[in-house]
Design a protein around this ligand. Structure first.
Ligand SMILES: [Mn+2]
Length: 319
């Protein structure tokens, strides 16, 4: 690409005519859609939609993830010049990918939020596109999983996380980022026997039957071996991948609400995600990126890398 062409290319989020392809506009300027993809709610002709869920009212400790989608979009502008390393294709070239914008909701009507998010995701899936979501706190995975399960049936879950998020929900009504996978198991949208949590390093004696590969187990095995164990658990079943950025050690992702030491390095996560290629991934999310605690921007950059890896995993079997 000639420098002059690059100078001509600006605001690809609204001006690009081809939904496929890399993007060479200045990383520091222009409208910051996710990966410089076209902003649209009309998914005719699109394969995959990236959407933001700026919701952080379900946290137990520090808020701030409502600013996550915006920060990940900005960080993603660094990842559109080249194909992703380790992969033999670029999802940005191989697929028509849209930035579907954010879910709309009334911040002061928290009880209305779950239904609003589920309908938002169903609106994407109903147009025949896949969906990758950017949080937001981890509660958002529950309405998103509900929408996917209505289309695909009970799902296998791969959850990267410091916390199990399977704490009991007394009347199943909590909007809580620590109980949503309890509800997902109890309501049958997740099959615990074919699901796995990776990077866990907080106590929860009842895993509800979900396999745990805790942080120490990750550290004591090669990334490729961890990926093989995960793939053996989910097999070829329809699988949803949720990546809580606090799966990474606070040294790599300090900008999150409930950090715990002893976590995965970004290098371990990158290698594990790459070696999951071939799973039947039907959707995914990255959650808990909290820009107010992300003083260097490293957490948002990690979040954008995870979204890229999720796009690769989604696209690997669909090329
Ligand atoms: Mn979590």
């Amino acid at each position: 690409m000639a420098l002059q062409d690059a100078r001509d290319q600006v605001d690809g989020a609204v001006t690009r005519s081809d939904p496929r392809g890399l993007n060479f506009e200045n990383a520091f300027g222009g409208a910051t859609s996710a990966f410089r993809r076209q902003y649209t709610k009309d998914l005719a002709g699109f394969d995959l939609a990236i959407t933001g869920v700026p919701f952080d009212q379900a946290v137990t400790h520090r808020p701030g993830t409502r600013f996550g989608p915006r920060a990940i979009r900005e960080a993603s502008s660094l990842q559109v010049f080249d194909p992703p390393y380790y992969w033999d294709f670029s999802p940005l070239d191989a697929f028509a990918i849209a930035d579907y914008g954010d879910v709309g909701f009334d911040y002061a009507k928290v009880s209305d939020f779950p239904a609003a998010l589920k309908a938002h995701i169903a609106g994407i899936l109903g147009q025949g596109a896949g969906c990758i979501a950017m949080g937001g706190d981890h509660y958002i995975s529950f309405p998103i999983l509900q929408a996917h399960a209505e289309k695909y049936g009970p799902l296998s879950l791969i959850q990267f996380d410091a916390h199990s998020d399977t704490w009991p929900d007394d009347d199943m009504s909590r909007v809580d980022h620590g109980t949503m996978f309890y509800k997902a198991v109890k309501t049958g949208i997740i099959d615990p026997t074919t699901s796995v949590q990776v990077g866990i390093r907080t106590v929860n004696p009842d895993t509800l039957g979900v396999t745990t590969i805790d942080a120490r187990a990750v550290h004591e095995a090669a990334p490729g071996e961890v990926a093989r164990r995960i793939k053996a658990i989910v097999g070829d079943r329809p699988t949803y991948v949720t990546f809580d950025i606090d799966a990474l050690d606070p040294a790599f992702a300090p900008g999150t609400g409930t950090p715990v030491w002893g976590g995965l390095s970004s290098g371990q996560a990158a290698a594990i995600l790459r070696d999951l290629a071939g799973i039947n991934m039907i959707g995914g999310d990255v959650v808990e990126v909290s820009p107010p605690y992300d003083t260097t921007g490293a957490t948002a950059i990690a979040g954008a890398h995870v979204v890229m890896e999720l796009m690769c995993l989604w696209g690997f079997t669909r090329r």
